[in-house]
Design a protein. Structure first.
Length: 494
């Protein structure tokens, strides 16, 4: 037997080693995603080499008017009349962060959240339909209300579904069963959760708990609250980051309200909030922060929770009651942004409210209230249970603030707890079209959120539903076919 031994040319070995050494010696390449969040909380971005960060980045002016799946395109009147131009993005450099899940050896990727101008001329105003712009406007109104400096503290609690490749190029739940909280069920996805928690901590998303929920492949993640726009940025980062981390593993994560089937429990996105004002000692004073022990205390140091009252039998201040009354008064309009997709409306009655009511520690109410006159004021908050996981956090925050401000301005009286429809509680719209009409007919909410926003948003939502209905019209309307049509529109990018 003759054995042949391959021999590499010494010159080639030397060349290869030199090339490897040169690559290792090269500085890390740095890139920045200039990112806009659309109506569906879908991240739209352009990636720019960091050396061009100040050169100006432009994006199609109607980008946010695309559907959850971009097979849906709408053209707002002003965009079409202008010839569909590109307009400049306005980065908020305080949001610039390195994204660990997007980096790799030799490549560093950052993200900066942006708004967008509404014209090409110097001095053009911002596009008032961009969700982050709508949110910032309402948060400013809240802060300026009565000169009180109110800020909204917002906590995240999102359910989503993790999937693995299934048959026929489709997707299947990452695990089966409905064993919520069972340790063995939790452990089936913990490796994914560990990666998620590690990377999220690096971008300021402080995950508190992780567990399997009552659905195949369904997880629930809760994270520590933050104030104002920072909280909405956090939720948007969590959603896009979770999806990208799953994608890197060959999986899919979806915040679609109902990824599989047409009935039963879906993915919720409850909106937890409280209102705070600066202490006399000064907001965020060094001594208050130093004395704080837990994450919530550190975040709220130097501020007072204005929803809490130690002298009220229920622990609720008059501010809390008026604000909550405003939220309930506009709940039908709120549903348009809290339940922004067709499958959201299958959640009604499945731990999602059907009337605009409230109750203490009541998971069946529209707003679940936590308050104790003798308890820690920081533990007093409200949980709006309307939103599905599909809801855009910027829009939910903006709508809640707008509705609550109406309650404060008019000193609306809070209805009795746990009202039924028969007792006077307003029914929540049961269809997307019904919710959109409720929003359009609520002149106060249209004025607060902006006519341009409502017009753009409603057009996109109606176009998504029309696309689904047109697809079903050419085939059948079995549960399987309906679910597939929903998946085609929402599954990947929500």
């Amino acid at each position: 037997t003759v054995v042949y031994q391959a021999r590499l040319c010494p010159a080639l070995v030397c060349c290869s080693s030199a090339r490897s050494a040169a690559m290792e010696a090269q500085p890390t390449r740095e890139y920045i995603r200039f990112e806009v969040v659309d109506f569906n909380c879908k991240a739209l971005s352009k990636t720019v080499p960091a050396r061009h960060r100040t050169g100006g980045v432009f994006m199609y002016s109607g980008a946010i008017a695309m559907g959850a799946n971009s097979v849906v395109l709408t053209f707002p009147e002003e965009v079409g009349n202008a010839g569909c131009p590109n307009f400049k993005l306005v980065p908020d450099w305080t949001t610039e962060q390195v994204l660990p899940w997007a980096c790799k050896p030799g490549v560093s990727v950052k993200r900066v959240y942006c708004e967008q101008l509404a014209g090409s001329k110097e001095g053009s105003i911002k596009n008032q339909a961009v969700p982050r712009t709508v949110c910032m406007k309402m948060l400013d109104e809240l802060k300026n209300f009565g000169g009180k400096g109110y800020e909204m503290l917002i906590g995240g609690e999102l359910e989503f579904t993790v999937m693995k490749p299934g048959d026929d190029k489709g997707w299947a739940p990452y695990f089966d069963g409905v064993d919520i909280l069972a340790t063995l069920q939790n452990s089936k996805s913990m490796d994914f959760c560990y990666d998620l928690e590690r990377d999220m901590e690096a971008v300021g998303v402080d995950i508190l708990t992780m567990n399997a929920e009552y659905g195949a492949g369904q997880l629930e993640i809760a994270f520590a609250p933050k104030f104002g726009a920072e909280a909405c940025d956090m939720t948007a980062t969590f959603r896009t980051g979770t999806k990208e981390i799953a994608q890197n593993r060959g999986l899919m994560a979806s915040f679609m309200a109902r990824p599989f089937g047409v009935a039963g429990v879906g993915n919720g996105g409850h909106f937890n909030f409280s209102l705070w004002s600066p202490d006399e000692a000064g907001a965020g004073s060094a001594s208050a922060v130093a004395d704080a022990e837990d994450a919530l205390s550190k975040t709220t140091a130097g501020k007072t929770n204005v929803l809490h009252s130690a002298s009220d039998a229920d622990g609720l201040s008059s501010t809390a009651r008026h604000f909550l009354a405003g939220v309930l008064a506009h709940a039908s309009a709120l549903e348009a942004v809290c339940a922004p997709t067709v499958p959201c409306y299958t959640r009604h009655g499945n731990w999602a409210p059907v009337v605009a009511n409230w109750g203490f520690e009541d998971r069946t109410a529209c707003v679940r209230v936590k308050a104790d006159p003798a308890g820690n004021p920081s533990a007093c908050y409200m949980e709006l249970r309307l939103p599905s996981a599909s809801a855009n956090p910027y829009l939910v925050a903006a709508a809640v603030v707008a509705a609550g401000l109406d309650g404060l301005e008019r000193k609306l009286e809070l209805p009795p707890a746990r009202q039924t429809k028969e007792q006077g509680a307003a029914p929540i719209p049961t269809t997307l079209e019904g919710a959109l009409q409720a929003l359009e007919q609520d002149h106060y909410m249209v004025d607060k959120l902006g006519k341009d926003f409502v017009r753009w948003y409603a057009a996109v939502k109606r176009a998504e539903e029309k696309f689904i209905n047109d697809a079903l019209a050419t085939g059948g309307r079995s549960d399987e076919e309906v679910s597939k049509a929903w998946q085609h529109m929402y599954l990947e990018y929500l």
